[in-house]
Design a protein around this ligand. Sequence first.
Ligand code: HEM
Length: 203
Amino acid sequence: MFLAGSDTTSTALVWAMTELIRHPEIMKEVQMEIREIGKENGCIKEDDLGKMHLMKLVMKETLRLHIPGPLLIPHETMQETKLLGYDIPAKIRVLINAWAIARDPLLWEEPEEFRPKRFLNSSLDYKGNDFEYIPFGAGRRGCPGILFAIPTVELPLANLLYHFNWTTRSGAPRARDLDVTEGFGIVTYKKYPLVAIATPHFS
Ligand code: HEM
């Protein structure tokens, strides 16, 4: 639980912040939503998360473009099967390249672009019912931590965006230059640490 739930959630938060800083127009729009909802309490509480529509799209797009578990977890076939003309024997290890699926141009329009609104009016969710979007895997061995994972990322993200304005060291005009190289590992962490400048926002 600690292993599966720590790196995945912290990595997702770093990528969400990275992409938002690279896309100041999206950052501004999502901040407007968050600040409108949070102004009553002066912060974002867990109960507020359900009211945030754009923030949820940002989260979905982050988990598509920077899927934390690129190869899911190794699975084993239970029986012999045929797939796309290939004979797959029973009891062999199968790795699912969810990273490649999430960036497949046959399934996604401009897959390399960070475009949260692609999920607007889309029925894709985290449950793994649609195989083009499986950041939490699918089936009985899919991630059992989904309901815990989403607020674990969304709550700090919303509060970081509520309380601060963000830029990089090089300043807003060059923010798109932020590096998005992924490191090598079980979890796709950001290879070079995100260095961002926070300016307090007082509403
Ligand atoms: C953004 C956060 C997270 C992502 C993207 C994620 C993703 C995944 C993926 C892809 C798998 C493998 C599923 C498969 O192979 O079909 C998995 C397994 C698992 N996850 Fe998560 N996870 C996240 C957070 C968490 C959290 C917070 C917990 C628990 C506190 C958790 C607990 C587990 C466990 C125990 C497994 C192994 C399940 C098994 O093998 O039966 N995960 N997760």
